[in-house]
Design a protein around this ligand. Structure first.
Ligand SMILES: [Zn+2]
Ligand SMILES: [Zn+2]
Length: 739
């Protein structure tokens, strides 16, 4: 039996013994809330919080006192000033800084914990676990209304499964929400219990040694890449003794000026560009990993820090080029490792998906190496498209517990920090509960959230969540960089079904404007998907008459929720402006989406791009040709109106080293010089009326990547397109501009 189960059993047993005692009866109470006048600010805040919520529940406002008589009925908040009879078998000094006890002996109630947040978290624990309070979102909480609050015997001692519990969904960056859900990774004032502060947060190399200050005079401090020192988008030369000295001075400066920090980050910049100089390379090779050179550097700083500040901890990343564990070197005792789970399948639980095998191996090794000082940075959204529906609930439902079972000490759940992401508030709440107690039933938490936050519309929202998650099959692996055309669940039947579920949800919400707004926000990913399809030349969801209304609705959400980006890089693919522009361009573009296609033909040694196959000199729709490996192939009709993409992988199946053709007629009432937009994956050749008019050997993925003009005749014009396949995606976009 687990300790927790034992405690729960004990609570139930004790509850059964004493049915009579009440904290509040019919709106009246004999109890007072005691908090010592010597209590620290978070404990006094905790007492006020308890008073506030007991009042909200029962309508009875208990007095807060700093002195208590022997015969008084008391709720003791915090350990200070509590009589020893109440503290029986408890040693306050044993309590960790977030650990607490809720104890009722049938008369008095004690809620107390370690400094600085233990007592406050105890009050939250009492209100939630014992009285049923919930704080689902910034706006939606559930506070029961009871004029009588029983006070059974209770012995409930808890501490969180993870010392560090962080996340960055903007929906959850609210002080009250953070406190009520006992997440400690976001900054909260010391008077409210403070938080677990990582300083600086991450990617700190250029903060340790500034390129602005040093690159000009000392380029050798920075990474050598392809024989050249770089002071931008690179790293540091970690084996340079002067770099160690400067970084060390910076760390000491941080420690002096940031006494609030729990841990100081010495970690690589985002991206590559590690140093390839002779010394760094030699150490990398000896350790079989760039993490070796990194750890040697961090350890040198850590050893000196330990002598001056024995309690201070440093932290570094195992990420990207440092994710492979080193062969020999081990982190010093005051160095924590933050392992990132970034390159994997987001659809399935870690331990149940073959795509996660390399990570499992790394986790196992880092666990041994870090010896109880391992934390995880995990990714719980689609970073390419924050607003894309992303059915990954089963992975985080499982993975948080999986990490706890593997001795992981902290977890950072990265979501979308730009606002508006799919079910961001649901993810925040469920993951926050699991971070505290990972053995909870995640599906139960999801259901509870949906029922309470979506109220009358809950059954439709639940059906929508199920609709998406039902598409996740054992072989449906999801990348955190997925595009809509790479996933299996965004096809027309699903989107139409989603539309009808949300129409019902909106109807059920009726005149409840707050609920309607929540339903609308949950619908935003579906609306985004439809607009995205339109921006790519599709007309299945939004046609040329409907787009202005759809775009204006989308813009309304962007403004209302202050959404600042649609993907991780807000300058490129995540730019809102660029997305809106694509929609506007698509509205005045005619994508040709119905073709006759034939393939695949051979493309060994990339010769298919120039090799002349029969479609280039004849057209006979009834004839059979010899394709790759002698396979018999014919012309076949293909039409895609979901997007403008003519996806050869979908038509011919995934293949390598092949080419295929597409052919259609464009009929014009008069001769005309037309401008065309092309996107190709990979190389493309285009003939109009038998004349080669466009030739591009390299892939240019997405609609309207290249433009060309051509003179077309009055009447029918033959368009012939050849696209070669060098790997991954295979297909093209072809559109007439300003049509
Ligand atoms: Zn170097
Ligand atoms: Zn998978």
């Amino acid at each position: 039996m687990t300790r927790l189960l034992f405690l729960l059993t004990l609570i139930i047993f004790l509850s059964a013994c004493s049915q009579d005692n009440v904290l509040v009866k019919d709106g009246h109470s004999d109890y007072k809330i005691f908090v010592s006048d010597k209590a620290d600010a978070p404990e006094k805040y905790a007492a006020g919080e308890l008073q506030t919520y007991l009042y909200k529940i029962s309508g009875c406002k208990l007095e807060i006192v700093h002195q208590a008589g022997e015969k008084d009925k008391i709720i003791y908040v915090g350990f200070k000033g509590v009589p020893s009879s109440v503290l029986e078998h408890l040693t306050p000094a044993d309590f960790g800084n977030e650990e607490y006890i809720i104890r009722s002996d049938g008369k008095n109630l004690l809620i107390a914990g370690g400094e600085t947040r233990g007592t406050l978290y105890g009050v939250i624990g009492y209100l939630s676990d014992h009285l049923g309070c919930r704080w689902y979102t910034k706006e939606v909480s559930k506070i029961p209304s009871e004029s009588t609050i029983p006070l059974p015997r209770i012995e409930d001692r808890q501490k969180p499964a993870f010392e560090y519990r962080g996340m960055d969904w903007r929906e959850s960056l609210d002080t009250a929400w953070v406190i009520h859900n006992r997440v400690n990774g976001m900054r909260v004032g010391d008077s409210l219990g403070g938080s677990y502060i990582t300083y600086p947060f991450v990617h700190t190399f250029y903060k340790l040694v500034s390129p602005e200050k040093y690159f000009h005079s000392h380029p050798e401090y920075f990474s050598e890449v392809n024989g050249k020192r770089i002071g931008k988008d690179g790293q540091l030369c970690l084996t340079n003794p002067d770099v160690v000295k400067i970084a060390m001075a910076t760390v000491f400066d941080w420690i002096r000026t940031h006494p609030e920090a729990n841990v100081f980050s010495i970690d690589q910049n985002d991206g590559g560009g590690y140093c390839e100089c002779k010394n760094c390379r030699a150490l990398d090779e000896k350790e079989g990993s760039h993490a070796g050179t990194l750890l040697a550097f961090v350890n040198r700083i850590a050893d000196t820090v330990a002598k001056v500040y024995p309690k201070i901890k440093l932290q570094t990343l195992a990420y990207d080029y440092t994710v492979v564990p080193p062969e020999h070197i081990r982190p010093a005792d005051n160095v924590m490792i933050r392992l990132c789970h970034y390159d994997y399948c987001a659809a399935h639980p870690i331990a149940r998906c073959s795509e996660n095998k390399p990570f499992l191996h790394q986790l196992e090794e880092w666990k041994q190496i870090a010896k109880g000082r391992l934390t995880i940075w995990d990714y719980y959204t689609d970073f390419r498209n924050y607003l894309m529906p992303f059915p990954n609930f089963s992975s985080f439902s499982h993975d948080v517990k999986f990490y706890a079972d593997n001795g992981v000490k902290g977890l950072f759940a990265e979501g979308d920090a730009e606002g508006g992401g799919e079910f961001a508030a649901l993810r925040s709440w469920v993951i926050a509960q699991l971070m505290w107690r990972p053995d909870q039933d995640a599906q139960h938490l999801i259901d509870e959230y949906v029922n309470n936050v979506y109220g009358k519309a809950a059954s439709y929202i639940a059906a929508y969540i199920k609709l998406l998650h039902d598409q996740v099959k054992p072989d449906t692996h999801l990348s955190i960089w997925a595009e809509p055309d790479e996933v299996n669940y965004l096809d027309q039947p699903i989107i139409h079904k989603a539309d009808s579920l949300f129409a019902l949800a909106r109807k059920a919400a009726d005149e409840d404007t707050a609920l309607s707004a929540r339903v609308d926000l949950a619908y935003l990913p579906v609306l985004w998907t439809k607009l995205y399809a339109f921006s790519q030349g599709g007309t299945a969801y939004i046609n040329k008459e409907e787009w202005p209304a759809a775009l204006s609705r989308f813009n309304y959400f962007i403004n209302r929720y202050h959404i600042t980006g649609l993907g991780a890089d807000t300058r490129t693919y995540g730019s809102i402006e660029k997305f809106l522009e694509k929609v506007r361009v698509a509205a005045v573009t005619k994508f040709y989406t119905d073709w006759l296609v034939i393939g695949p033909f051979d493309n060994t040694d990339h010769k298919g791009h120039v090799k002349i196959y029969p479609p280039e000199h004849e057209f006979d729709s009834a004839r059979t040709y010899a394709g790759v490996k002698g396979k018999k192939i014919n012309w076949q009709a293909y039409h895609n109106n979901t997007t403008g993409y003519i996806d050869f992988n979908k038509i011919f199946g995934p293949s390598e080293n092949v080419v295929a053709y597409a052919r259609r007629i464009i009929t014009l009432p008069e001769a005309e010089t037309m401008k065309f937009g092309v996107g190709n994956n990979d190389g493309i050749r285009i003939w109009i009326n038998g004349k080669l008019v466009f030739d591009q050997a390299d892939a240019a993925i997405g609609p309207n990547q290249h433009f060309f003009t051509a003179r077309l005749n009055k009447g029918g014009n033959t368009i012939l397109i050849k696209v070669d396949q060098l790997g991954h995606g295979w297909g093209f976009y072809f559109a007439a501009m300003s049509h």
